[in-house]
Design a protein around this ligand. Sequence first.
Ligand SMILES: [Mg+2]
Length: 309
Amino acid sequence: MPDVILGPDPKLFVTDIDNTLFDWVGYYVVAIRALLAEVEAIIGVPRAQLYSEARDVFTAHASIEFPFVVQELPSVIQYYGDDIDGMLKQVVDPARAAFLAAGATKLQPFADVVATLTELRRRCPRLPCIALTDAPRYVAMWKLNKLGLLPFFDAVYGLPDPRLPTHEKLARVKVDSEILLKHVSRHNFAFAGKVRILPDEYEKPGTRGLKTVLMDYELDEAPAEVRRTVVWVGDNRRKDVALGKRLGVFTAWAEYGIASAADIEALAEFSPLTNIEKNAEIAPQDLNGPRPDVTLSSFSEILRYIRPS
Ligand SMILES: [Mg+2]
């Protein structure tokens, strides 16, 4: 039997996305490898060189999920020069297609996520469900949409959208017009809920992201016992768990989301660890760090702690 059960009326359900709702690491390793393999095949620059260049691009954009990485690779820029249309058509499009095709096989929620969110909605129909992530807002919604999870949420909170790649001399944005339109129009994937873009400095483990969520639902100044009925789920102990404990919310650690060392190593081939940590927990852990209220060996276990309203 669980040792903690929340009362019949939890105030808010907030969850991280990557490695909490799906295996982001497994997905991203496969997708980026396919993307860079395609670039290699097209322009003939060896993979190791492209990995190293991708690393610099992800560093410059402070996100491993920068969607326009191909356009910014020095080898691609050098190969195409001022021929932006040629670059978009000959390498960016096929590389993107390779990324999508490879990623699609892995872009699935963990097996029990849909059933759990469905049950959560049934059990607590008035409970607002929020996604809070350090991924860029656009990318986060893109992923939730692909995962089929967007309709479960009332709001999505993410970091600022990616910067568009430009060719200064030609004063052109190096993005296909259809995709460009989605970005500049802040395409929201027909999402009916609320979308909030948090400043970069609100990145976890800072508390300002979750604090903003609490403020939006008028819970930031609620008494401790009320705040304790805010449920927060995340896979990263240094980030998610630490900030939950600092804010006094009911903090569940998604232990099942921890990536293998081999997968983290694979990511590190094309990204600095600081960027990877926006999406995944990196070992080693501080064993004296904050303890979660509960540890989940699957997402559905959160239901054990939430009584019907
Ligand atoms: Mg995560």
